[in-house]
Design a binder for this molecule. Structure first.
Ligand code: NDP
Ligand code: MG
Ligand code: MG
Length: 336
C-alpha cells in the first residue's frame, strides 16, 4: 500500500529560509499563501494590481507584488493560475526573472505533461496538490487540521526538490491531512479522467438523463428533479463518509436490491468501453490538444455546450424549487 507521510516524516526546516512566491490568488493561491504565511514562511503573492486576487490578498494581509517582482528573489515559485494561461505566465514572467536553482511548483501537472511549459534546466519541477478546493484547504488548516495532499517530483535539478515539495506541502497543512507521493503523469491523467468520466461529466449526465427519462414518460418535472438531482447529495454524503457500504447500510432493502441489480444495467460494458476511450484520449494527448485548440479558437464549442446545459429543463425547474429551500439561500448569501 502507498506510504502516507505525516508531519513527523518531513525533515524539520525542509524549506527554512526559502522565499515562496505564490503566483495567482484564486481558489488554491489564496489558501496556499495564507497557510504558508501562518506556518512561518516568507511568502509573497504575485498578482495584478487592482484585480480580484490583489484585493483579496491585501484584505487578508498577505504581502503582494507584481508577478515579475514576486518571482525575483523567490526560491520556490508556485504557479496557481488557471492551467490554460500558465504557459504565457511562465514565458513572460517566470523564466526571465526566476533566480538560478529556483523550484517551479504546480498544483496540477497539465502544463508539464502536455509540454506547454519546458522549465529551464536549472529549475526543480515539483507538484503539491491538495485533494480539495482552496476554501477547505484554508478552513481545515485554521482548525489545526489539513486536507490530504499529493506531491510529485518531475525534476530534481538542485538535489533539494523533494525537501522543497514536502516542506511546502507541510506548510499548507497537507502532511497533517496525509501526504501521498505520485508522479506528474499519474496526477494529471487521473485528475482529468475523474472530472470527465465520473465527477463532472458522468455524474451530471446521469442526473440529466435520469430526469429526462422520467419527464418523457409523463411524470412531473418537479418530482423528477427531487428524485434525480436533489437527493443525490444524501447518497454522495454517505459515500464520502463511509464508502459504498455506508450507503448500503442507510438505504431501504428495496433501494439496496435496486442498487445492486440495476446499477450494472445502467452503467454497462459499453459505458466502460467509453470510459476507456476517454482515458485513451487523455493518455495520448488528444484531449489536451483539442482543449488547447478550443481555447485558441475563443471557445465557441465550449460556450455552446455550456449554454445548452444551462438552458436545460432541469435547470429551470431546479431554480424555482431551490428558491423555497431556506438553507440554500443562506449558503448562497455566505458565498456571495
Ligand atoms: P483560479 O482560477 O482560482 O486562479 C485565479 C487567479 O489567477 C487569480 O488570482 C487571477 O488573477 C489569476 N490570473 C488569471 N489570469 C491571469 C493572468 N493572465 N495573469 C496573471 N494572473 C492571472 O485557479 P485555481 O486555484 O482554481 O487553480 C490553480 C491551479 O490549481 C490549477 O493548476 C488547477 O488545476 C489547480 N488545482 C485547483 C483546484 C481547485 O480546487 N480549484 C484543486 C487542485 C488543483 P486576478 O485575481 O487578478 O484575476
Ligand atoms: Mg481533481
Ligand atoms: Mg482538475
Amino acid at each position: 500500500a502507498i506510504t502516507i507521510y505525516t508531519n513527523e516524516d518531513i525533515k524539520p526546516g525542509a524549506i527554512a529560509g526559502q522565499r515562496i512566491a505564490v503566483i495567482g490568488y484564486g481558489s488554491q493561491g489564496r489558501a496556499h499563501a495564507q497557510n504558508l504565511k501562518d506556518s512561518g514562511h516568507d511568502v509573497i503573492v504575485g498578482v495584478r494590481q487592482g484585480g480580484t486576487g490583489w484585493k483579496h490578498a491585501t484584505a487578508d494581509g498577505v504581502p503582494t507584488a507584481e508577478p515579475a517582482e514576486a518571482v525575483r528573489g523567490a526560491d520556490i515559485i508556485a504557479i496557481l493560475t488557471p492551467d490554460m494561461i500558465q504557459n504565457e505566465i511562465y514565458r513572460d514572467v517566470i523564466e526571465p526573472n526566476a533566480k538560478p536553482g529556483a523550484a517551479l511548483l504546480f498544483a496540477h501537472g497539465f502544463s508539464i505533461i502536455y509540454d506547454r511549459i519546458t522549465p529551464r534546466d536549472d529549475m526543480d519541477v515539483i507538484l503539491v496538490a491538495p485533494k480539495g478546493p482552496g476554501d477547505l484547504v484554508r478552513r481545515e488548516f485554521a482548525r489545526g487540521r489539513g486536507v490530504p495532499s499529493l506531491f510529485a517530483i518531475e525534476k530534481d535539478a538542485t538535489g533539494k526538490a523533494r525537501d522543497r515539495a514536502m516542506g511546502y506541502a507541510k506548510g499548507i497543512g497537507g502532511a497533517t491531512g496525509g501526504l501521498l507521493e505520485t508522479s506528474f503523469r499519474e496526477e494529471t491523467e487521473t485528475d482529468l479522467f475523474g472530472e470527465q468520466a465520473v465527477l463532472c461529466g458522468g455524474a451530471k449526465e446521469l442526473v440529466i438523463q435520469g430526469f429526462n427519462t422520467l419527464v418523457e414518460a409523463g411524470y412531473q418535472p418537479e418530482i423528477a428533479y427531487f428524485e434525480c438531482l436533489h437527493e443525490l447529495k444524501l447518497i454522495v454524503d454517505l459515500f464520502y463518509e463511509g464508502g459504498i457500504s455506508k450507503m448500503h447500510h442507510f438505504i431501504s432493502e428495496t433501494a439496496k436490491w435496486g442498487a445492486v441489480a440495476s446499477g450494472p444495467r445502467v452503467i454497462t460494458d459499453e459505458t466502460r468501453a467509453r470510459m476507456k476511450t476517454i482515458l485513451d484520449e487523455i493518455q495520448s494527448g488528444q484531449f489536451a490538444r483539442e482543449w488547447i485548440a478550443e481555447n485558441e479558437a475563443g471557445k465557441p464549442k465550449y460556450e455552446a455546450l455550456l449554454t445548452e446545459d444551462r438552458a436545460s429543463q432541469i435547470e429551470q425547474v431546479g431554480a424555482r424549487l431551490r428558491d423555497r429551500m431556506a438553507w440554500l439561500q443562506t449558503a448562497k448569501q455566505a458565498a456571495a
